[in-house]
Design a protein around this ligand. Structure first.
Ligand code: S3P
Length: 172
C-alpha cells in the first residue's frame, strides 16, 4: 500500500532543503531525516572526506541503503542529498512512498547560497558556477519528475516552508 504521508524534499545542492526540512519538522512536529547527516554520523566522517577517501560510489551505495531503511517509517520529512534522485531504483522508491517536492532554484541563486562553502565535493572545482550550470542542466529533468515544485528564487526559508505546507494541506 502507498504510504505517502512521508514527504521528500529534492533539489540541487544549496537550495535550502535542509533548512526547510528542519523548519517543517518543527512546525508540523514531524521527524526529519537528512540523508547526508545520517551518513556523516554513521560513517563518522564528513561527506567531503567520504568522497575523498572512499569515493563517490561508496557514498551513493550508503545513500541507497539508507533510503531503503527509512522507507518503512511514517510521517517523516526526508531531506535528500542533491544526487539521490539520479539513481533509478531510488527514484522508484521515492515516487511510490513519498510525496516528492522539488525545491527549485536557478544557478545564480545556488551559487550565491553556496559560495565560499567547502562542504560540497562535487563543486570543489576551478569554476563552481560553470559546474553548477552544467550539473543543473543535466539534473533538471530528474528533479522535474517530482509531483510538486516550489520556486525558491528570492524566497526566505520561512516562505519556502509555508509553500510546502500549503502543498501538503491541499493534498491531504
Ligand atoms: C550531492 C549533494 C550533497 C551531498 C553530496 C552530493 C549531489 O547534498 O549529498 O555532496 O550529488 O548533488 P546537498 O544537496 O544536501 O548539498
Amino acid at each position: 500500500m502507498e504510504n505517502k504521508n512521508n514527504i521528500a524534499l529534492i533539489g540541487f545542492m544549496g537550495v535550502g532543503k535542509t533548512l526547510v526540512s528542519n523548519m517543517l519538522g518543527e512546525i508540523l512536529n514531524r521527524e526529519v531525516v537528512s540523508t547526508d547527516e545520517v551518513i556523516e554520523k554513521n560513517q563518522g566522517m564528513r561527506i567531503v572526506d567520504l568522497f575523498n577517501e572512499k569515493g563517490e560510489s561508496v557514498f551513493r551505495q550508503l545513500e541507497k541503503d539508507l533510503l531503503k531503511q527509512v522507507v518503512a517509517r511514517e510521517r517523516i520529512i526526508l531531506d535528500c542529498g542533491g544526487g539521490l534522485i539520479l539513481d533509478p531504483e531510488n527514484w522508484e522508491i521515492l515516487k511510490s512512498n513519498f510525496t516528492v517536492i522539488y525545491l527549485m532554484a536557478n544557478a545564480d541563486t545556488i551559487y550565491n547560497n553556496i559560495k565560499g562553502m567547502k562542504n560540497r565535493p562535487l563543486l570543489d572545482v576551478e569554476s563552481p558556477k560553470n559546474e553548477i550550470m552544467r550539473l543543473l542542466k543535466l539534473r533538471t529533468p530528474y528533479y522535474n519528475r517530482a509531483e510538486f515544485r516550489v520556486d525558491t528564487n528570492g524566497k526566505s526559508i520561512d516562505q519556502m516552508a509555508r509553500e510546502v505546507i500549503k502543498i501538503i494541506n491541499e493534498r491531504a
